[in-house]
Design a protein around this ligand. Sequence first.
Ligand code: NAD
Length: 259
Amino acid sequence: MDAGRLFEGRRVLVFGIANERSIAWGIARAMHEQGARCAFTYAGEVLEKRVRPLAEQVGADLVLPCDVTDEAQIDAVFQQVEERWGGLDVMVHAVAYANREDLDGRFVDTSRQGFLTALEISAYSLVALTRRAAPLLVPTKGSIVTLTYYGAEKVVPNYNVMGVAKAALEAAVRYLAAELGPEGVRINAISAGAIKTLAASGVKGFRTMLAIAEERAPLRRNITLDDVAGAALYLCSELGAGVTGEVLHVDAGYHVRGM
Ligand code: NAD
């Protein structure tokens, strides 16, 4: 293996940076430190103001608008990536959304529209983006990583429809892994423990989740952006060359506990 930096010259396209607390930013920064070239996307003008300074910090080649519900914007992103780079090495998908009222109260009260919105933005977007990324990803080297949460596997209070969306996301990772695999392209998910971010603040009782995780996780602490970034470096580099379709828990061990 090359003794130099893990991502030297690799072209990394990132979806999901909202601000400096975003998991996607933690991953992008770590890949940049390992030599990666970055392209960032942002969802709407309000976030553009937050994302541009971060893009400057890593000298990003492209900073493009992309609401993942907008097919034309997705097409435009991949067209510009192809024009600029002619290919792609890594795609980071760290996008999720549910209406605030669906992250509180009873899951059974989730509206049809609320359900569709959460599943569209948080799960279908991975399929839509992977379809465009696949022809650009370098055979035997290309890799995709997405972010999920334990609420996909077990009932977590107030996570509700997002748990169902994450279950769909994790299943999508397995189906996509089977289809991308013959080209040597890999896709994996990181099941991250709770981290205080913009998206997390939408989940009612999030502070309690942090406190419980710290008290009960085997490592007796919450996780950091660097913990998640380290896992992403592993999964998306040669270090993870034999791994695809996996859901890797980066949660200080919380998921191993029964009672
Ligand atoms: P974040 O708010 O920083 O990131 C969420 C991103 O989703 C934002 O950048 C937002 O712009 C983007 N997004 C929402 N709707 C969009 C749309 N229609 N089009 C394009 N982008 C859209 O929060 P985060 O915690 O860094 O979230 C990143 C990922 O990590 C999410 O998938 C989240 O579910 C997952 N995750 C977070 C935690 C946690 O505790 N923070 C734990 C496990 C998994």
